[in-house]
Design a protein around this ligand. Structure first.
Ligand code: BT5
Length: 314
């Protein structure tokens, strides 16, 4: 285990308290200067560490070494590649896909310095959130892959419900919401030819114990804020994988049809007026469901329109 990893473990033992440089140095069997250097490096990587004058250091969000332990264990599917910090787990996963890794590999990072949303938007990825990308190689043409985003959202919703008893709702196509605030986002990227998908990467960002910047505090929320408790991110990750793997196998055989009704039962605003921003302009109408291709069905002027790209404006 690296010195950084052992440092996090030391903070985990003393949640919320200031730990002196001397205690950390003793526990890790390194010099105080080595501790100070590591603390500074961690700060530059986006870890919310505070230096208390003379008395020591404090991590201002709950430390959680569960992902590290998850990564150290053996896995036959969801084989983890763990990073303390990276630009984006999507980039790592793409490199893994290009190098020929089989499906089921998973890239996890404690922090991302350039986490990405759709259309190259920035994804805030401070310490304490669950940031990962999963590589799959679905045996189907690329045209049938898009509902995988919806399926991943449904599985993540169910996992959060199981572990944290929070009833998040799905906002088509890629968000998990609690009320009007975003709890999680999904970014799916893929590569292939007309008739064959080479790889698909499902990137998931879930706010767990991380703090959310002032800029986003009206539009984003974390599990910590919702429950007042810190969560072991590996528990949520494990629950997601056990939901997703069998669903994905079924999806490869039967497509999205078996999941349509379940997806819609967890949709955030069924049968309500919505406005959608699409490449062709704004569409508004009543949201009536999702079809087997994963498109949202909007009733407008007594016609049903199936819209396969865009985003809902709340
Ligand atoms: C998404 O994009 O919602 C997809 C987010 C996927 C992030 C994961 S983390 C692991 C993997 N590695 C990556 O680099 N990415 C994936 P989009 O629908 O475009 O939403 C982006 C918008 O959400 C931003 O413009 C902000 O308004 C907001 N946002 C940014 N960070 C957020 C956060 N942590 N929580 C909630 N909202 C956030």
């Amino acid at each position: 285990m690296s010195i950084r990893e052992r440092l996090l473990e030391a903070f985990e033992r003393r949640p919320g308290s200031v730990v002196s440089g001397e205690t950390l140095a003793r526990r890790l069997a390194v010099s105080r200067v080595a501790i100070w250097k590591q603390i500074n490096t961690l700060k530059t990587l986006g870890f919310p560490l505070e230096s208390a004058e003379r008395s020591g250091y404090r991590l201002s969000v709950p430390a959680d070494s569960s992902l590290l332990k998850f990564a150290a264990a053996k896995h036959t599917w969801a084989v983890p590649h763990y990073f303390f910090n990276t630009h984006s787990t999507q980039t790592l996963a793409k490199e893994g896909a290009a190098s020929g890794l089989s499906e089921g590999h998973l890239w996890i990072a404690e922090t991302q310095s350039r986490g990405r949303g759709r259309l190259e938007r920035l994804w805030e990825s401070g310490y304490g959130g669950l940031w990962f990308s999963l590589l799959v190689r679905p045996k189907m043409p690329p045209s049938r892959v898009p509902p995988l985003t919806l399926l991943a959202g449904l599985c993540l919703r169910n996992a959060i419900q199981k572990v944290c008893h929070i009833d998040a709702k799905l906002k088509w196509p890629n968000d998990l919401m609690v009320g009007s605030r975003k709890l999680a986002g999904i970014l799916t990227e893929m590569s292939g030819q007309m008739d064959r998908t080479d790889w698909t990467i499902i990137g998931i960002g879930l706010n767990v114990n991380n703090t959310i910047s002032k800029k986003l505090s009206d539009v984003a929320v974390s599990l910590y804020r919702l429950t007042g408790k810190s969560w072991k991110r590996a528990d949520i990750l494990r629950a997601f994988i056990s939901e997703f793997r069998p669903s994905y196998l079924r999806f490869q055989k039967q497509g999205f049809e078996p999941f349509q009704v379940r997806y819609w039962s967890q949709y955030c605003a069924p049968n309500k007026l919505v406005r959608l921003r699409t490449a062709g302009g704004i569409v508004s109408g009543i949201a009536r469901g999702v079809d087997a291709s994963g498109a949202i069905m909007i009733e407008s002027r007594r016609k049903i329109l199936s819209i396969s790209e865009g985003e809902i404006i709340l």
